[in-house]
Each structure stands twice: as C-alpha cells, then as structure tokens.
Design a protein around this ligand. Sequence first.
Ligand code: ADP
Ligand code: MG
Length: 484
Amino acid sequence: MIIEGKTGSWEIVVGLEVHAQVVSQSKLFSGASATYGGEPNAQVSLVDAAFPGMLPVINGYVVEQAIKTGLGIEATVNEVSVFDRKNYFYADLPQGYQISQYTRPIVSGGRLVIDLPGDTTKTIGVTRLHLEQDAGKSMHDQSPTKSYIDLNRSGVALMEIVSEPDIRSPEEAGAYLKKLRAILRYLGTCDGNMEEGSMRCDANVSVRKVGATEFGTRNEIKNVNSIRHVMQAIEYEANRQVEALEAGETIRQETRLWDVARGVTRSMRSKEHAHDYRYFPDPDLLPLILDPEAIARIKTSMPELPDAKKARFVDAYKLSPYDAGVLVAEQEQADFFETVAKGRKDPKLAANWVIVELFGALNKKGVDVTNSPVSAKNLAGLLDLIENETISGRIAKDVFQFMVETGKDAASIVAEKGLVQVTDTGAIDAAIAKVMAENAAKVDEYRAGKTTLFGWFVGQVMKGTGGKANPAKVNEILKAKLSG
Ligand code: ADP
Ligand code: MG
C-alpha cells in the first residue's frame, strides 16, 4: 500500500512478531497444566512460582511441536539451540527473568507464502522461531487498592515467530497472520485463538519514501488481539508516521498500544534496548541438542499443509484457486469437502454447495463445520440425487433447508415431501399443453418470432409442476411443441 502524502509517496514496511501458545498438556519447564480458563493460580507448580531451588526441566513434547512448526514454515531446525534468561522486573514474573532463546533459536530462516487478491501470492521471510515462557497475568481492575496476580500462564510454552520486514500493507499483514494461523492449526501446534490470547501479535511499522533503500525508524504495536485490529493498527500507525514526518518531526522508536475504542495507537514506553535485558545463557539448562533422526522422523509425519492442499484441489478437482483457498483455510472444511467430492463426476458442484449453501447456512447458525447439522455424507447424498436427476437443483435447495433444520438425510426428505423430480414425459407434456392452451396469444407471438418468450414458458411449466419437472426435459419438449 502506498500513502500519498503532501511531500510525495510513502511505502509501509511491516514485520510481525507472533507469540503462539504451544498446544501441550503441560508447561515449557514444569508439569503443571497449560489449559486455558482454569481457576486463578490453580495450575502453578513450584517451578512456575519460582520457589528457591526449583529447577526447570524441558518438555520434550513442546520441543517436537517447535520442530514441526519450523518444518511447516520451511525453515532450518537447528540441532543446537540455547536458552537464555531475559531479565526484567515485574510482579507477574516471579523468577525475575523470562527463559527465552536469544542468539541461538531452535528454528531459523523460514518462509511463508501469503495469498493476495487476484490469485497472486507473495513470499514473506521468517527470520526465526524460538521457544520461551509466558509470564503470569496482573489484574488491576478487581479492587480499587490492590492488584491481583494469576500465575496459571506463568511458564506456559510460547513460540515466538518473527517475520522479516517484507510486509508492505495491512492486507499483506492480514494474509500473513491468516496463513500462519492456518499452518499452526493444521499442524496442531497452536490453536490460533486470538481472543483467548493463544496467538498474539506485535506489529513493527515504519514508513519510507517510495524508492528509498534504507528502512525508516519503526514503532512496535503490542499485543493486538485480532487480525482485523492488527490491520487497522498498521494502517493508522503508518498514516500517523507519514503525517509526523511531513510535519518535520522525527519518529522515536517506541512501543505503542492499539486503543480499540478510539481506533488509534498510543505511546506506551520508549523502546528498551536489548542490553537492558542483560541476556545470558540460563545456567540451569544445558544447550538443547536435537537428534537429526528425530527431526527426520517428524518430517515424514507432517500432514499436508494448506498450500499443498490448495494446489491439489485445483489440480484434482478442477477448482478455481479462489474456491480451493476458501476450502483449505481450515483443515476440517477441506476434509468435509473431500468427503463430499470424492468420486463425484462434478466436484465443482460439490465445491459450490459446500462454499455457498453449506457455509451460508453455518454462518447463519453461527456454528463451524465440525458442528454442521448436515453431515458430509448427507450432503453427498443430496448431490447424488441431483446428479441422477431424482431432484432438480432448484428443489435441492429446499431439501437442503430441511436438512439444515432436521439433520435428516436427503432421500428421506425427498420421499417424505414427495419432491421427486417429474421426468415422466406424459406429465410434462400435459403441463405444457395446459400452459399453451391458456396462453394462446403468447404462443402466436412466439411463433411470429418473439423467441425471447421461451424462458417465460419454461417458468410457467415449472410453476405448473410445483418446480418438480426435470428442466432439461421441459426445455426439450417445449421447444418441439412451440415450434409447432
Ligand atoms: P526486537 O527484539 O527489538 O523486537 P527484532 O530485531 O526481533 O527486534 O525485530 C522485530 C521485528 O521488527 C521483526 O519482525 C522485523 O522484521 C521488524 N523490523 C525490523 N526493522 C523494521 C523496520 N524498519 N520497519 C518495520 N519493521 C521492522
Ligand atoms: Mg520485539
């Protein structure tokens, strides 16, 4: 995106840091439960509360999850990585430091292909992925005189995934987050739930004159909790920086907050410098050394990821890239579609029904595909009835509505409501004869050359048969009869 300013055109430069909570029963260095929403301080081990003498023990499953994620973003998994202490004082950080990875992360040098309008893509570099602990939560709004601390989150495993400053617009940032979330969810390494905070995003934003080779000074907008808000915050912040620079101000590097209510970013603090954290290798933890064979084993067990699945859908089912992209956004949607489409003559019909009718109905009901009242098997059954001409596409829509309401299968509904398509030519002949007899003047007009009336005749015959006549047969017979 280009911002047209008073002094010229400006380019937006964005790099995103995503904190993704690792799907794991227990925390990064303790056995306490990592599940969301527990009673405050019910999921805290002595390690998480930093009792003296307690030692961290690395959670092997979390390490596997990080490896999987690294492979999912086509990155290098480093056989040696190191845990460092990032020192700062805050009440919800009982250790007085966060265990993180600084100079030697577990994963480096990945990439993510994002989908942009017009079926175009762009590759965004991923600088690194490292493991670190989450902090606890301070609550300042529970009492007028006290602050409360909930340590349930203290020590929960996070993957910090840092992008290169390759992103050039709010839309690209949104596409990056969507793709990253999809990959994490496919892999089962993070549930991607931004409202519950299991995926949080900091957006680094700067602007520069179009054509400039150096980056401008960036600001970091912290912890924005939805993709839409990240996009809005970037747009606001970039415009604010352009206005400031054009007014002759300089941008100071600082940390800012997105104020949802006012739709603005606000300064929180000037940027701490890395050396203030006094990073040093955690003496309680040995370097993390990975077995290359274990990495290779994980590599062979990787699921098909969204980009590969999309390409396969386009190829195998002849879908448009757009439709394929919609279907693969969630693994459960893609699986649903494949169950409906497998072995079908017309898989595009299946795609249309899933995307338009099914997703429309689910949207209205506010449920996702895993709770669909119409099962994939039942939707396949409905499409079978269309393909073997038991019902018309028109009637199928009514049948589908009944399926949504009752959860019954298509064949039962068709039988119950007597909706079987009329292909019996005798019945169609009779309906046509009736329409022609009642509209003799129109028949004359048609025969005199006003052939545009044909559609009207079709409509009348369909109406006369309660929409149940086979449209192809109606067309064929009507054409013959009208031409005399
Ligand atoms: P820090 O540890 O201070 O947050 P990093 O070097 O880890 O700094 O960078 C954080 C993020 O900032 C990365 O996503 C990177 O791509 C992005 N970034 C770096 N320079 C710029 C810039 N000039 N404009 C926008 N984003 C930037
Ligand atoms: Mg940062």
